[in-house]
Design a protein around this ligand. Structure first.
Ligand SMILES: Cc1cc2nc3c(=O)[nH]c(=O)nc-3n(C[C@H](O)[C@H](O)[C@H](O)COP(=O)(O)OP(=O)(O)OC[C@H]3O[C@@H](n4cnc5c(N)ncnc54)[C@H](O)[C@@H]3O)c2cc1C
Length: 367
């Protein structure tokens, strides 16, 4: 029933708006209110914190359905991940202040970790928040921030002790509305996912109440982030699998329809073998992903398996979509064909959420 209602919501509220969102490079704020009204935000945040009180599989359904619809504009994953951080690590007051408004869509969330000079090497960030009385004074620059230009609440990863690496890091919850010294910079021109905004953010002597330090304890930021990284990786895996399933369906349809040299493209041995390989990858991916989803929902997925899954599924997605695109011939290169869109959208999956090289490092450490 939930899947049906998500599907209807996507058909009515998401897909008709995609061209506009891609043109303006961000989703409308009012759309988030509609999603909140429909009960589609913060689904796996406990009801006592203001969420829907369902489990992680509800988020999976949402993400899968968006993947099947090949819609990438709605930056709901980072919004939900910020809500997760607040729900798990925030004080009672922080939960009360932010989570109900994040669930209603009134407050859109973003997470700002990456800086122009620090991405994978997160511990070398330079943004600093120095305590002055009952405030922190925040200075720094962030880049590639999803929802950056529409977010009302940004979880800013910064150093409360700039002399330290991991132990000096904290997460400050920064309200952006009318905040002096906060500036949204360029909206970045992305290769794919063009309706999802990715922005530069600048903090110039921004005064943030000390009560907005996540969990009210300095130096916990890195450990708070690490605890929830498998969540982000799971969301990337779900999108990867949905994209592969959708690419296979599109391609089989095309190959059954298209004729070459007097016969259907699907009847050529190369096509049949390629699609058989794709179906094999998609089937193995589904079994593996379902195992990870079940383990994650039960609180049993270890970080290494999340890294293995993110590495493998993001790679598979890129390989599968590229193979499928080839079977479209020239049409595969034309953006009005969904397979072309799927190709450019796939590319970032091996880069963000911890790059695939970082995943290999994490996995290799356990050998
Ligand atoms: C569309 C998009 C959305 C994003 N959204 C967000 C967001 O909402 N919030 C946010 O904070 N960030 C976001 N990011 C940033 C993203 O997380 C970073 O781009 C990513 O972590 C990589 O960092 P970097 O770009 O600085 O690359 P670098 O860290 O400079 O890496 C460059 C290359 O070096 C490789 N490399 C790095 N370390 C090692 C190593 N130890 N061994 C071998 N190779 C290595 C990398 O894998 C990569 O290939 C987003 C990025 C994009 C493109």
């Amino acid at each position: 029933m939930f899947r049906d209602s998500v599907r209807r919501f996507i058909a009515q509220e998401v897909l008709p708006n995609e061209p506009k969102w891609q043109e303006q490079k961000h989703v409308d704020r009012e759309f988030w209110l509609k999603a909140g009204e429909a009960g589609l935000l913060c689904t796996d945040i406990p009801a006592e914190d203001g969420g829907l009180g369902a489990d992680f599989r509800y988020e999976v359904v949402l993400s899968e359905e968006l993947g099947y619809a090949r819609s990438t504009s709605w930056g709901r994953a980072v919004h939900n991940i910020l809500a997760q951080y607040i729900s798990r690590h925030g004080t009672a007051e922080q939960k009360e202040r932010y989570l109900p408004r994040m669930a209603s869509g009134e407050l859109i969330g973003a997470i700002a970790m990456t800086e122009p000079d620090a991405g994978s090497d997160l511990q070398s960030i330079r943004s600093s928040a120095i305590r002055e009385g009952d405030h922190y004074v925040l200075n720094g620059a962030k880049t590639f921030i999803t929802n950056g230009c529409i977010a009302g609440l940004v979880g800013v990863v910064c150093k409360t002790d700039p002399g330290e690496r991991a132990r000096g890091m904290s997460i400050l919850l920064v309200e952006t509305d009318g905040t002096q010294g906060f500036k949204v910079g360029k909206q970045l021109e992305k290769m794919g996912m063009r309706g999802q905004d990715a922005a530069e953010l600048f903090f110039d002597n921004v005064r943030v109440p000390a009560d907005n330090l996540l969990g009210n304890e300095e130096g916990r930021g890195f450990f708070q982030l690490m605890a929830d990284l498998p969540y982000e990786r799971m969301m990337i895996m779900v999108r990867a699998q949905a994209a592969m399933e959708s690419a296979l369906e599109l391609t089989v349809e095309h190959c059954k329809d298209r004729s070459v040299f007097g016969e259907k493209l699907i009847d050529k041995q190369n096509t049949r073998f390629k699609l058989a390989e794709v179906k094999t990858a998609v089937t193995i991916g589904r079994v593996f992903l379902d195992h990870c989803i079940t383990s994650f929902a039960a609180g049993e997925l270890d970080g290494t398996l999340a890294a293995v899954g993110k590495l493998w599924l993001a790679n598979q997605q890129n390989e599968v979509v590229a193979e499928c695109l080839q079977l479209f011939g020239g049409y595969g290169y034309i953006m009005e064909y969904p397979i072309a869109q799927a190709y450019v959208d796939a590319r970032v999956q091996t880069i963000y959420g911890g790059s695939n090289e970082v995943m290999k490092e994490l996995i290799a450490r356990t050998l």
